[in-house]
Design a protein around this ligand. Structure first.
Ligand SMILES: NC(=O)c1ccc[n+]([C@@H]2O[C@H](COP(=O)([O-])OP(=O)(O)OC[C@H]3O[C@@H](n4cnc5c(N)ncnc54)[C@H](OP(=O)(O)O)[C@@H]3O)[C@@H](O)[C@H]2O)c1
Length: 323
């Protein structure tokens, strides 16, 4: 079978499509025939080995995992010993971030515990866009506490992989949503239901008079003192971290500043593949409350091109790779 592999950290040129042996499921594992995979910023981070401190977990000099790709939707093909609840032919979806990667392949071996059943009503190409970025958006918003109808929600850095899910989930909760990004991503965000869009190259939301009840920060470019100014009394700020230094600042300083200013500021502990979250996301997909935007589809052989597009920032929606 074919699989996208890499032998070291580096830019997209380290990737190649190789012919490898068919995977055999071990105890507690299954082999999934990949229908569709999608790319996330986390794939690019993993490829580049950034931030460097993450290499403590992913391999200091060389990556522990040669395989690439985390978001997968497909069909269970073979089931190893000691697997309950999954059978060949079952439709499944998963984020393999913590489970060996390898979604960019004809087949992938994964622990059964990483896989969730995919309802029949959710097509594979829609499902593949969701597990990583949809879960981050859902868990990030949840960390801000229950969103009440009419609350003002700011999604900062809304036009990438995670933001479109956050905008649509917040709208589904009845929020009035402001989405911050730039260029023609703002048109996409309006189409997705944002009530207001802000171009960060023209307006600094930390400088105006406006305040929000909830701020979900995906761009991760500002400090706690600046971000505090975006919050209404009792407002809640949650960071989806891109940088270790910023994560530490928000985790340590955020709660202190929050307490002093009558707000809540901080980070959250993200968990991949929470079955309840994927079930909730499936519900949002089937009711049409969340409609993932697909940018382009690439063949497995064109994965390098797919990564180049991801890295260029030009994508307007999720990038799919179809074996
Ligand atoms: N626990 C955690 O917090 C956790 C867990 C897993 C993953 N992550 C990380 O979370 C991140 C998820 O973000 P994502 O995938 O949605 O990233 P993304 O696709 O890069 O989206 C970020 C968006 O923000 C825009 N942007 C850049 N600078 C901005 C600014 N100053 N103000 C407003 N918007 C700005 C970007 O535009 P341009 O690209 O055009 O500049 C882009 O559209 C990934 O880096 C992932 O590794 C965090």
């Amino acid at each position: 079978m074919r699989a996208v592999v890499r032998d070291g950290y580096g830019p997209v040129d380290v990737l190649r499509v190789a012919t490898v042996g068919d995977p055999e499921p071990g105890p507690g594992e299954v082999v999934v025939r990949v229908a569709v995979a999608s790319l996330n910023m986390a794939d690019l981070d993993h490829l580049l080995g950034r931030p460097r401190v993450a290499r403590l977990g992913t391999g200091l000099l060389r990556p522990n995992h040669r395989r690439v790709g985390i978001d997968v939707a497909g069909t269970v093909e073979t089931v190893g010993p000691d697997v309950a609840g999954l059978r060949p032919g079952d439709r499944v979806w998963a984020d393999l971030f913590e489970d060996g990667h390898g979604a960019l392949a004809d087949r992938v071996r994964a622990p059964a515990s990483a896989l969730s059943p995919l309802p029949d009503g959710v097509p594979f190409d829609v499902a593949a866009t969701v597990p990583h970025s949809g879960s981050l958006a859902l868990q990030g918003l949840r960390a801000a506490g229950r969103i009440r109808p009419g609350e003002r929600v700011l999604v900062n850095g809304a036009g990438g992989c995670v933001g479109p899910f956050a905008v649509q989930i917040a709208k589904a909760r009845g929020a009035v949503v402001t989405a911050v990004d730039h260029g023609d991503k703002l048109d996409l965000l309006r189409e997705l239901g944002a009530d207001e869009v802000v171009d960060h190259t023209r307006e600094d939301v930390t400088r105006g008079d406006r305040r929000w009840d909830v701020v979900l920060d995906i761009a991760d470019t500002r400090t706690v003192p600046a971000l505090r100014r975006t919050l209404a009394p009792g407002g809640r700020y949650v960071l989806i971290a891109r940088r270790i230094g910023s994560f530490a600042e928000k985790a340590l300083l955020g709660p202190v500043v929050g307490r002093l200013t009558g707000t809540r500021m901080g980070v959250f502990a993200w968990r991949a593949n929470r079955r309840a979250d994927l079930a909730e996301l499936a519900g949002l997909l089937t009711t049409g409350a969340v409609v993932p935007r697909i940018d382009r589809r690439y063949e497995l052989a064109d994965t390098v091109e797919a990564f180049r597009r991801l890295g260029s920032g030009a994508a307007r929606g999720k990038i799919l790779v179809v074996p």
